[in-house]
Write a protein that binds this ligand. Sequence first.
Ligand SMILES: [Zn+2]
Length: 239
Amino acid sequence: MTDLLFNQDSYLKETEASIIGVQENIIQLDRTIFYAESGGQPGDQGEIVLKDRVLKVVDTKKGSKPNEILHIVDGPIDQSLINQSAELKINWELRYAHMKMHSSCHILCSLVDALITGASVGSAKSRIDFDVDPSMLNKEELNEKIRDIISKDYPIIINQITGDELKSNPHLAKGAAVSPPVIDNKVQTVQIGEGENIIDLQCCGGTHCQSTKEIGPLEIGKIENKGKRNRRINIRFSS
Ligand SMILES: [Zn+2]
């Protein structure tokens, strides 16, 4: 089991950890700040700094067991690394872009009243597929609303609910394509806004920024036709 530090603090850029497993080009650690690809958000990249060398982490993926995080490195490694301590450093620029984009995707979800059928978070642009009546979508209106929410600087609050609470509030899981992990009967929730101004509340295991203003300039890109009731909405950072 790996302690997932990014769930407690998505702003951790560096930390110390011990190597607990080595297999081919995969390293497992007792604790990690590397987010593993899931919910449409890519896995983190960065470095595992050992006493005598630096291993480049090219991707991070989930293993088959809960809390199993596989750090994929590009250099040759062997069992002698087990129990060694290491310094972890994520590629913060890339991760922060993913955080801002992921939070942006949640804002977009809140503006489109439809089931999500797919999602992909990128560092410069992202997309969400909706099962939606196309006449409900107006690009200019979406642009205005998304910019308004960003400029109002709503807090983004991470919480946890139990798996049973999720079962009695199924609307918190907005689509099978982005279903969040249930670990130890707990699911992370992401809430944008607070009190009477809750913009969005949904289950999500991703990493997010702390407030909407951090996202900065953003715009709706193409709205693509992917079938009779399927529309892909693209968003991208703008200057
Ligand atoms: Zn999410």
